[in-house]
Ligand binder design. Structure first.
Ligand code: NAD
Length: 249
């Protein structure tokens, strides 16, 4: 087992069809005790219960610093440590540059970018004290190629910000045993895409992808398990593309 007895916190992990829950499942299968954090309406406790016993689901809003700190305080009190943080919570909005309002900008950047900062700040003191930890930040191919398929420019900017933040944290905390890496998924079939693409459109997109299909949540989960585990012990500051070859650079 790659993650035996590790405590892994996953933000935005309660959506059963999402990347976070797929990762929660694979991490639990590798022996981790998983903590799912999500908004109240997403019911993180119910999602954690689906993983079996020994896992935890807590309500937390990643845009609220006090909420992030309280959730991690509870994790430390209940499970005693935190080894892995997956900064996965994110929202998107398919609008063009001239349509982005100030409120849209705040909303999109707050969840992906501010949320990644606040949650990382919440776990770093414990990881530092343990001299060990792995933080994985979910960016997007949209950051690298200037737009994916759904997200607007403010989404690309938020996800590009995540790349910069993660790389800077990797440089800052490497000597303290904390690794920080990013995943850049391509187009993965989750609730974010559901109902928004016809089968014909999916087939058209798949033709442009070297591996000839859209991604599955399990594809991203495998990459997250790699970055969480000691298999990636000498990787920090990296960006791991999980896009089927949609962007080769
Ligand atoms: P999803 O909608 O299933 O998951 C996002 C989760 O974040 C939801 O459970 C939601 O409740 C939670 N969330 C939203 N706001 C939150 C907040 N303030 N605090 C805590 N949780 C919050 O979508 P997904 O496709 O699984 O996306 C997961 C991550 O992957 C996101 O960051 C997304 O931008 C990124 N991503 C997805 C794709 C894709 O094609 N699906 C591609 C690239 C990147």
């Amino acid at each position: 087992m790659l993650l035996k007895d590790k405590v892994a916190v996953i933000t935005g992990g309660a959506g059963i069809n999402g990347l976070g829950f797929a990762t929660a499942r694979q991490m639990a299968a590798q022996g981790a005790r998983v903590v799912i954090l999500d908004l109240e309406r997403a019911n993180p406790a119910a999602a954690a219960a689906q993983l079996g016993s020994g896992h935890l689901g807590l309500v937390a809003d990643v845009t609220d610093k006090a909420s992030c700190d309280a959730a991690i305080a509870q994790v430390l009190q209940t499970l005693g440590r935190v080894d892995v943080l997956l900064n996965n919570a994110g929202i998107t909005q398919p609008v063009k540059t001239l349509e982005i309002t100030g409120a849209d900008y705040d909303r999109i950047l707050d969840v992906s970018l501010r949320g990644t900062l606040y949650m990382s700040q919440a776990v770093l003191p414990a990881m530092r004290a343990q001299k060990q930890g792995s933080i994985i930040c979910v960016s997007s191919v949209s950051a690298q190629r200037g737009g994916g398929i759904f997200g607007g420019p403010h989404y690309s900017a938020a996800k590009a910000g995540v790349l910069g933040l993660a790389r800077a944290m990797a440089r800052e905390f490497g000597t303290e045993g904390v690794r920080v890496n990013c995943i850049t998924p391509g187009l993965i079939e989750t609730d974010i895409t559901q109902g928004k693409l016809t089968d014909a459109k999916k087939a058209e997109i798949a033709e442009t992808i070297p591996l000839a299909r859209l991604g599955r949540p399990a594809d991203v989960a495998g990459a997250c398990v790699f970055l969480a585990s000691d298999l990636s012990a000498y990787c920090t500051g990296i960006t791991l593309d999980v896009n089927g070859g949609m962007l080769i650079h």
